[in-house]
Design a protein around this ligand. Structure first.
Ligand code: C2E
Ligand code: CA
Ligand code: CA
Length: 274
């Protein structure tokens, strides 16, 4: 039943996109687009359930195109300094003409290529290596940034880091969740940061939930963090007030947690953004 309704979901306009802030030492750097499906009878279905389904039923290229188009249109309303990160699934990545479609969408909507970040997982890179390298190089030449998502959970192949033009490595929440009390996670995160920086790549840590984790990441030299400690993914309306609050500066109150570690991450940015 779920599979059947998934086929109709796009047409029935049941999808929406939430946006989760990604912050660096100068404050909010951008937002990651996260797809949501509100089923009319079953309510919200998590992406971990419907995305693999859409992927195996061959629906992902079409759904992914909708996400890209919709997210680029919504990002056009944001201040220009904010980037938009969009997840691209393996099936979508391997469809012909992906780079043409992305650059056409950007042209049509009028979003600068350097505001778009494409997030892929290593699963994408397992097949058709030469074609994949071509695709990533083309995106890179267009000025689109590329992030390697969920790093550390799959093969974490160093040859990918050597051969593919990533701008950012996203460290999976698996290594972040016990950062305060697990020396092995600390060692892994520290090493990935050193490795990424040596390769001139930035590091974003995902799933940062506590001020202590944010503090650890700051101390380890992580470039950006993303997680509930800063903000959960925001619905369109919450996103609008988040942006308004950022614009208003301290008088408007900070839209994110005001613990010290989060504030360290946000630096003086919120205050200076008046
Ligand atoms: P992801 O790309 O790794 O996205 C991060 C996930 O972590 C999101 O789950 C987000 O809501 C969640 N998250 C954020 N902060 C925290 C935190 O502090 N703690 C914890 N425990 N979780 C946090 P979500 O939204 O359920 O998405 C799950 C996955 O579905 C995504 O993982 C991504 O792989 C996929 N996905 C979501 N939207 C899209 C899309 O538009 N296209 C494609 N291809 N995949 C998508
Ligand atoms: Ca992602
Ligand atoms: Ca991830």
């Amino acid at each position: 039943m779920l599979r059947r309704s998934l086929r109709m979901a796009l047409q029935r306009q049941e999808f929406s996109i939430d946006y989760q802030p990604i912050v660096g030492d100068k404050g909010v750097a951008g937002f990651e687009a996260l797809l949501r499906w509100d089923h009319p009878l079953l309510g919200t279905i998590p992406p971990s359930v419907f995305i693999p389904m859409a992927e195996s039923d061959g629906l992902m290229p079409e759904i992914g195109s909708w996400v890209l188009d919709q997210a680029c249109r919504e990002a056009l309303e944001w201040p220009e300094e904010f980037t938009l990160a969009v997840n691209v699934s393996p099936a979508e990545f391997l469809t012909d003409g992906l780079t043409d479609r992305i650059s056409q969408t950007l042209d049509e909507i009028g979003l600068a290529a350097d505001r778009l970040e494409v997030e892929i997982t290593e699963g994408v890179l397992l097949e058709r290596t030469v074609d994949n390298l071509d695709t990533l190089n083309t995106l890179s030449v267009l000025g689109i940034r590329i992030s390697l998502d969920d790093f550390g959970t799959m093969y974490s192949s160093l040859s990918y880091l050597k051969n593919f033009p990533f701008d950012t490595i996203k460290i999976d929440k698996y290594f972040v969740s016990d950062l305060e009390n697990n020396e092995k996670s600390q060692a892994i995160v520290r090493s990935v940061i050193v490795l990424a920086h040596a390769l001139e790549m930035a590091v974003t840590a995902e799933g940062v939930e506590t001020p202590a984790q944010a503090q650890w990441l700051n101390d380890l030299g992580c470039d950006r963090i993303q997680g509930y400690v800063i903000s959960p993914p925001l619905k369109v309306n919450a996103m609008k007030s988040f942006l308004t609050t950022l614009k208003q500066g301290p008088g408007g109150g900070t839209p994110v947690s005001n613990d010290k570690a989060s504030q360290d991450w946000l630096g003086t940015d919120i205050e200076s953004r008046t």
